[in-house]
Design a protein around this ligand. Sequence first.
Ligand SMILES: O=C(O)CCC(=O)C(=O)O
Ligand SMILES: [Fe+2]
Length: 270
Amino acid sequence: MATPLQLEQYREQGYFVAADAVAPDMLAALEAGARRSVEKVRSGAVVVAPERISTGGPGVEPRHILGLIAPEFGEPIFAEYLTSEPVETYVRAVVGGPLRLGWVGLIVLCGPTDYDTGWHRDFGQEERDGSREVELEILGRYRKNLVKWHLALADDACLWLVPGSQRRYRTEREREVLINDPKGAVPNARQIVLQKGQTIFWTGNTIHRGRLPSGAAERLTLTGALVKHEEDQREALDERFRWRLADKVRAGLPARMQCYYDRWRRVQDV
Ligand SMILES: O=C(O)CCC(=O)C(=O)O
Ligand SMILES: [Fe+2]
C-alpha cells in the first residue's frame, strides 16, 4: 500500500519507488512472458504496427513493444498484471478511481546501444517552449488523470529525472537542454536505480531522460499506465494504439480488463 511519505514524494518530487507493487510469482511470470514476447517480435512471429498487429512477417529488434495485450502474443499475464490488486491500490492512492486502460508495454534494450531519449517532458502536442504562464497551465492540466510507471524486470538504471520539476517553470539551463541540447547536463538530475521487481510511479511532467548506462548489458522494463476514468472527458485516439480497435483485442481480454477497455473505448474519438 502507498505510504503517506510515498504520496508526498509523488506530489513534491514527481515520483516514488515501491518494492511491493508486484507479487513475486507475478514478477517471474511477467519476466518469462516478456522474454517470450521479445523473441516473437525478433523472429517475426508477431508483427506490431500502430494500426494493426499480425502474425508472421519480418522480424525486427524490439525497442518499445506496445501491443502486449493483443491476442497475437498469447500472453494474458500482461492484462492480468495491469488489473492486479497491488497495481490498482497504488494507482488509486495517487489518482482515485474508477480506472480505465492506459497501456502496458515493454522497453527492451540489448546493450550496448545508443538509446537516449534526451531530456524532455511528456508534453505530446502541447507547447514545449511556452512562457511561464503557458508552461504552468500545461503542468497543471496535462495528463493529471494518468498514472504511469516503470517496473524493472531486470535491474534498470536508465531513467533520470529532475525531482520537483513537474511543479515549476523550467530554468534557463533546463530550457537550453529541452529545446537545443537534449543530451546536455542538467543540474539536480537524479538517476533512478531500480532493482529487479521495483516499480517507479512517476509523472512525465518532470524533466526526464532515458539512457542506457555504458556497460549495461540489457534493459527489460515494463511500462504501465492507468487513467482515472471520467465518462464525459473524450480524448483523441493515440495513434500508437489504433490496433486496439480490432474486435479480437477486446474479446481476448480477461473480464476485469474488458471493463477497463470498455471505459477507454467509450471516450475515444477515433
Ligand atoms: O527510457 C526511459 O526510462 C524514459 C522513457 C520516457 O521518456 C518515458 O517513459 O516517458
Ligand atoms: Fe518521456
